[in-house]
Design a protein around this ligand. Structure first.
Ligand SMILES: NC(=O)c1ccc[n+]([C@@H]2O[C@H](COP(=O)([O-])OP(=O)(O)OC[C@H]3O[C@@H](n4cnc5c(N)ncnc54)[C@H](OP(=O)(O)O)[C@@H]3O)[C@@H](O)[C@H]2O)c1
Length: 166
């Protein structure tokens, strides 16, 4: 199995998206995402791929899930199930699962690590949420708080969790 990391930015109500876009523009979160994922693999659903402003993310292996095997996603490999995608990853390959809802929901059961950005605000409009997290399965190992500034309209925190070993 590859090493699976869930990465998401969630608002106070667990919202993650609206009309196929992110809820908040937080440059530091985009930077954090880039730093973590560069030179690794990112795995996403078809709609998240379509939401990327410049298509596939550079300097990363891009994997897209879709039931449409003919789907053409420039710069990305397409698989028709999470299982098939993971079978095509190397042991210990770092795979960052970057949404959306159904991909998070399936992958969180297999994930080793969570990288959650908690946005300390509520978006006005939300049509996609992060799945419910069973925190008894996760140990928080790091959390860094950031206060709002001229470039960030609200406070936010970067939290890291590791799966509790049963
Ligand atoms: N805040 C964040 O961190 C964050 C991160 C990512 C995305 N988002 C937001 O979330 C929204 C998009 O998420 P979404 O939940 O609507 O869509 P999504 O998960 O990105 O895409 C859904 C599509 O992915 C394919 N898919 C998903 N699971 C699959 C599986 N197990 N096997 C095969 N195909 C699978 C299907 O494509 P087909 O229909 O082609 O079969 C499905 O319709 C956007 O608003 C985006 O901005 C937010």
């Amino acid at each position: 199995m590859p090493y699976l990391i869930i990465i998401a930015a969630i608002d106070k109500n667990n919202g993650i998206g609206y009309q196929n876009d992110l809820l908040f523009y937080l440059p530091n979160d985009l930077k954090y995402f880039k730093e973590l994922t560069t030179n690794h693999t990112v795995l996403m659903g078809r709609k998240t791929y379509e939401s990327l402003p410049k298509g596939a993310l550079p300097n990363r292996r891009n994997i897209v899930l879709s039931s449409n095997k003919e789907l053409d996603c420039p710069g990305a490999e397409v698989y028709s199930s999470l299982e098939e995608a993971l079978e095509n990853c190397k042991k210990d390959e770092k795979v960052y699962v970057m949404g959306g809802y159904s991909v998070y929901k399936k992958a969180i059961k297999l994930a080793n690590e969570l990288r959650l950005t908690y946005i300390h605000s509520e978006a006005k409009n939300v049509d996609v949420y992060f799945p419910k997290i069973d925190y008894s399965q996760w140990e928080k190992v790091d959390c860094k708080d950031h206060t709002k500034d001229d470039k960030h309209s609200c406070d936010y925190s970067f939290a890291t969790y590791l799966k509790v070993k049963n």
